[in-house]
Design a protein around this ligand. Structure first.
Ligand SMILES: NC(=O)c1ccc[n+]([C@@H]2O[C@H](COP(=O)([O-])OP(=O)(O)OC[C@H]3O[C@@H](n4cnc5c(N)ncnc54)[C@H](O)[C@@H]3O)[C@@H](O)[C@H]2O)c1
Length: 245
């Protein structure tokens, strides 16, 4: 029996990269999937692939920064599968930009997706899990929620916010049988990383390579499943040694 047999998992950013790899792994462990993304074309592709492999899956196009869309998403998910056990709160954006040149609109947009969107999805997840009496939420932060880097002020501030949001929610809901942890990836080979940056980012990493989305998915499975049943408020750094430097 799979580790997520009879579990319903909702994954934001499920159309690509870490989210899509996690959806594949979760499905192979028996979960029913609610895939969430802005990118409808890629989201439907992942949905079709999972279904072709006999998984139950739906794709729901949602912008995680729109409160009413997030509410409608959880309503549709509950109507389809009856409950939500796991939420992988993972959708995000990031761009490198010198701070003295950073438009306020770009700052707002980054913080809006990477922090406000995470809050909106977590809040709706908590409402649903409180009714259910249990749940596990995994927020995607970043190693840049722990250490700084030049040119990513908005992203790093938002990801640092996700790390402490995770701790705060964990304490608030620890007695309610809802665990909240975070994944903090290093440089992972997904479409968020520009092709031209891959060699230099590999060089900056002690293990001298980028991580794979599948390597993140294994850590998410650990955090989402009962394998981590005594963990809450934790931020698991999976970064090829970057933050050990
Ligand atoms: N790849 C890395 O090196 C790395 C490192 C640290 C953290 N992360 C984080 O991992 C998460 C997943 O990123 P990834 O590497 O898989 O990149 P990705 O670009 O492959 O996937 C991100 C997905 O999020 C979706 N998305 C963006 N804004 C959205 C919104 N407003 N509403 C709904 N969906 C939205 C995108 O359409 C995309 O499919 C992000 O939070 C990212 O910040 C990635």
């Amino acid at each position: 029996m799979g580790k997520l047999q009879n579990k319903v998992a909702l994954i934001t950013g499920g159309a690509s990269g870490i989210g899509a790899a996690t959806a594949r792994l979760f499905a192979s462990e028996g979960a029913k999937l609610v895939l969430v993304d802005l990118n409808e074309e890629k989201g439907k592709e992942v949905e079709a692939e999972l279904k072709a492999n006999n998984a139950e899956a739906i794709f729901v196009k949602t912008n995680i920064t729109k409160e009413e869309e997030v509410t409608a998403l959880f309503k549709q998910a509950a109507e389809t599968f009856g409950k939500i056990d796991i939420v992988f709160n993972n959708a995000g954006i990031g761009r490198v930009h010198p701070t003295h040149d950073l438009d306020y609109a770009e700052w707002r947009n980054t913080v809006n997706v990477d922090l406000d969107g995470v809050f909106l999805v977590a809040r709706e997840a908590l409402r649903s899990m409180l009714v259910n009496g249990s749940g596990s939420i995994v927020n995607t932060a970043s190693m840049y929620g722990w250490v700084g880097s030049p040119g990513s002020a908005a992203y790093n501030a938002a990801k640092g916010g996700v790390v402490n949001l995770t701790r705060s929610l964990a304490l608030e809901y620890a007695e309610k049988n809802i665990r909240i942890n975070a994944l903090c990836p290093g440089f992972i080979d997904t479409p968020i990383i520009p092709e031209d940056d891959k060699v230099v980012l590999s060089t900056m990493t002690p293990m001298k390579r980028l991580g794979k989305a599948e390597e993140m998915a294994k850590a998410v499975l650990f955090l989402a499943s009962d394998d981590s049943s005594y963990m809450t408020g934790n931020s698991l750094i999976v970064d090829g040694g970057y933050t050990a430097q």
